[in-house]
Design a protein around this ligand. Structure first.
Ligand code: OSB
Ligand code: MG
Length: 368
C-alpha cells in the first residue's frame, strides 16, 4: 500500500452544552480531521489535539505542524504492508501522539475499507457489545448534577463519571451516594490535586468509587504510586500514560489498577494495542476514554473498545449527547441497556457527511 495524499482540515463545531473540567470550560470546539488516501481509498481520523496545551502540550496547531512538516515527508511514497507499520515509521518523531494518532487511525480506516472489513475486526477486536458510561461536566449546582445523573441512568448508561476539582468533590459524591447508593460511580480530577492531598483523597473511600481517575500531576507517576499504596480506591491513570514504557512503569510500580486508553494520548491503534496487551498480561483493566470527539473520533474509539481487555464501561457515548447534528451517518447510538454495537460496515463503519464537513471547515490543506 502507498499513502498518496493527506488532507488536514480544521472544522468548528459547537457542543450542545458547555463542558467544564478542572482545567477548562469549552463549548465551541476546533476539531482537527485527517483524511488519508491509500491506494485510492480515503480513510478518516480525528486528532484530539485542542485549542490549548492545558490537557497535554499538544494543540491543533502543533499537530498540524508535525503532520505537515515531519510525518507526511516520512511516510509519502514509501510503500507499506499494513497500517500496523505506521507507528514505528514515525518513531523518530518524539511525542506528538495526538498528531500521530489522528493520521495513523485514518490509515487504519483506509486499510480496512480497502479490505472491506470492519476496522474493529482488522484490529483483532472481539467484543460484540460495548458497555457505555458517561462523563459529566462540573455543574453550577448539586441539583443540576443530580438531575443529569438521573437522566443518564434513565437512558441506560452503566456508569457515571463526574469531573471534580478541589471544592467540587466531596459534596457531589455525598449527594450522589445519598440519591444513588448502588450505581457505578467514579470521579476524574484531571490532575487537580497534589501529593499533599493524599489524606483528603483517602477520605473518598467512604463513597466506594469504582476508581479515581488521574488525581495527581499529569507527569507524576511516582506520586500515584504513593497514593495507590495508601488508598483502597483503585487509581486509574489518564494523562500520565503516553507510551508503552509509561504503562509498564506504572504497572511495575503499582501506580494504578486501571488505565484509561485514548488513541490520541498514546498515538494510535498500534501503541494502544501494545499497551492493552501489557495491561492484560498484568491484570490491569482498560476502558476507552473520550475527548469530546465528533463522530469520526467516536467511531475510531468504538473500534478500539472492541479489544478484549476493555472490560470496564468507557466514556464513548451517543452522538446526541454532544452534537445537534454529528458529522457521520448514522450517528452513534446507545441501546437502552447502555451498550454500543460495533458497526458491520467496512472501516470505521460510519460515513462522514462530506457536505456538512465542508460547510464547517475553516482551514484545509492538501498534502501531495
Ligand atoms: O479526562 O477524560 C478526560 C474531555 C476532555 C478532556 C479530557 C477528558 C474529557 C472527558 C470527556 O472526560 C469524555 C467524553 O468525550 O465523553
Ligand atoms: Mg480523564
Amino acid at each position: 500500500m502507498r499513502l498518496e495524499q493527506v488532507t488536514l482540515r480544521e472544522v468548528r463545531v459547537r457542543l450542545l452544552a458547555p463542558f467544564e473540567t478542572s482545567f477548562d470550560r469549552v463549548q465551541d470546539r476546533r476539531v482537527f480531521l485527517i483524511e488519508a488516501r491509500v491506494d485510492g481509498q480515503t480513510g478518516w481520523g480525528e486528532s484530539v489535539a485542542g485549542d490549548h496545551p492545558f490537557y497535554s502540550y499538544e494543540t491543533i496547531d502543533t499537530a498540524w505542524h508535525i503532520l505537515r512538516n515531519f510525518a507526511w515527508p516520512m511516510l509519502k511514497e514509501r510503500p507499506f504492508e499494513s497500517a500496523a507499520e505506521i507507528w514505528d515509521r514515525l518513531d523518530r518523531i518524539r511525542g506528538h501522539n495526538m498528531a500521530k494518532g489522528g493520521l495513523e487511525s485514518a490509515i487504519w480506516d483506509a486499510e480496512a475499507r480497502l479490505k472491506r472489513v470492519p476496522l474493529w475486526k482488522l484490529l483483532g477486536g472481539t467484543r460484540a457489545e460495548l458497555p457505555c458510561g458517561v462523563s459529566l461536566s462540573i455543574k453550577a449546582t448539586l441539583q443540576e448534577l443530580e438531575d443529569a445523573v438521573a437522566r443518564e441512568l434513565a437512558a441506560g448508561y452503566q456508569r457515571i463519571k463526574i469531573k471534580v476539582k478541589p471544592g467540587w468533590d466531596v459534596k457531589p459524591c455525598e449527594r450522589l451516594r445519598e440519591r444513588f447508593p448502588r450505581i457505578k460511580l467514579m470521579m476524574d480530577a484531571n490532575s487537580a490535586y497534589t501529593t499533599a492531598d493524599i489524606p483528603h483523597l483517602k477520605t473518598f473511600e467512604r463513597f466506594y468509587l469504582m476508581m479515581i481517575e488521574q488525581p495527581l500531576g499529569w507527569d507524576d507517576i511516582y506520586g500515584h504510586v504513593a497514593l495507590q499504596k495508601q488508598t483502597t480506591t483503585p487509581i486509574c491513570l489518564d494523562e500520565c500514560i503516553h507510551s508503552l514504557a509509561d504503562a509498564e512503569g506504572a504497572i511495575a510500580t503499582g501506580a494504578c489498577k486501571i488505565i484509561n486508553m485514548k488513541l490520541g494520548r498514546v498515538g494510535g491503534h498500534t501503541p494502544s494495542r501494545r499497551i492493552h496487551d501489557a495491561c492484560q498480561a498484568a491484570g490491569i483493566l482498560n476502558w476507552c476514554g473520550g475527548m469530546l470527539e465528533t463522530g469520526i473520533g467516536r467511531a475510531q474509539n468504538i473500534a478500539l473498545s472492541t479489544l478484549e481487555n476493555f472490560v470496564l464501561p468507557g466514556d464513548v457515548s451517543a452522538s446526541r449527547r454532544y452534537w445537534q447534528e454529528d458529522i457521520i451517518e448514522p450517528e452513534v447510538t446507545v441501546s437502552a441497556q447502555g451498550t454500543i454495537t460495533p458497526p458491520a460496515g467496512p472501516g470505521i463503519g460510519f460515513e462522514p457527511k462530506l457536505p456538512l464537513i465542508e460547510k464547517l471547515t475553516v482551514r484545509k490543506e492538501v498534502l501531495t
